[in-house]
Design a protein around this ligand. Structure first.
Ligand code: SF4
Length: 212
């Protein structure tokens, strides 16, 4: 019996080491792919880093690497994998923005299903995104939380989705929404829960590529 426990212990340690090594390989491949703008083994990277998301972040902390690199890899690899399908869908395109991008004095009304209704007052960058969205046949949703994303998918039924959020939320949302439609994501350049910012040019560029 003692022998069995010892064997189990050894197997467990072996398993942990194997997971850490394979996760480390996925991280290295992901970082290399982003740096070289050439994605290598995307499905392996996505599978490993989603499955071992917390251990990946722990490994980054151990090696004093910013842990957001894990989210950055997952977002960029997912973007690369889904880009072609995203470009091809022409109707019912959605852009989903977080409500924290609104100006602190925004007076937009919140619809219980569709989220905030921007009046294009111009106090924040959302106005520019809304105008570009009109031009490129996207509908903008400004959502107070994840539950609204589910409502929008159900009620508007988009066939492509462009999401903006902080690293962690974007990683999670892209994973769940990509089961239903092609997605693209742009992470916030200033996060937090208040007065956040995104690179508007990048968001508009993602809409423009759909016109190709
Ligand atoms: S542009 Fe739209 S979202 Fe931004 S503050 Fe004005 S109404 Fe609110």
């Amino acid at each position: 019996m003692l022998f069995s426990y010892e064997l189990l212990g050894k197997l467990f340690v072996f398993f942990v080491f194997a997971v850490l090594i394979v996760t480390g390989v996925a991280l290295l491949l992901g970082a290399y792919s982003i740096r070289r703008h050439r994605i290598i083994f995307p499905n392996f990277i996505l599978f490993m880093l989603y499955l071992f998301y917390s251990p990946s972040k722990w490994m980054c902390r151990v090696f004093s690497i910013k842990e957001e690199i894990v989210d950055e890899i997952l977002i960029e690899v997912r973007n690369a994998v889904m880009l072609d399908k995203f470009k091809k869908k022409a109707d019912r395109r959605a852009v989903i923005l977080p409500q924290c991008m609104r100006h602190p004095q925004c007076r937009a009304r919140c619809d219980p299903i569709m989220g905030y209704e921007c009046t294009e007052c111009g106090m924040c960058d959302i106005k520019d995104i809304v105008r570009a969205a009109d031009k490129h046949n996207f509908k903008v949703f400004i959502v107070p939380g994840d539950s609204f994303v589910r409502k929008i998918i159900k009620s508007y039924n988009p066939n492509v989705c462009l999401g903006v959020a902080c690293y962690v939320e974007l990683t999670e949302s892209m994973q769940s929404v990509s089961k239903f439609m092609p997605v693209q994501g742009v992470s916030l350049i200033r996060d937090g829960c208040f007065d956040t910012r995104v690179d508007v040019v990048e968001v508009i560029h993602k809409m423009e590529i759909c016109d190709v």
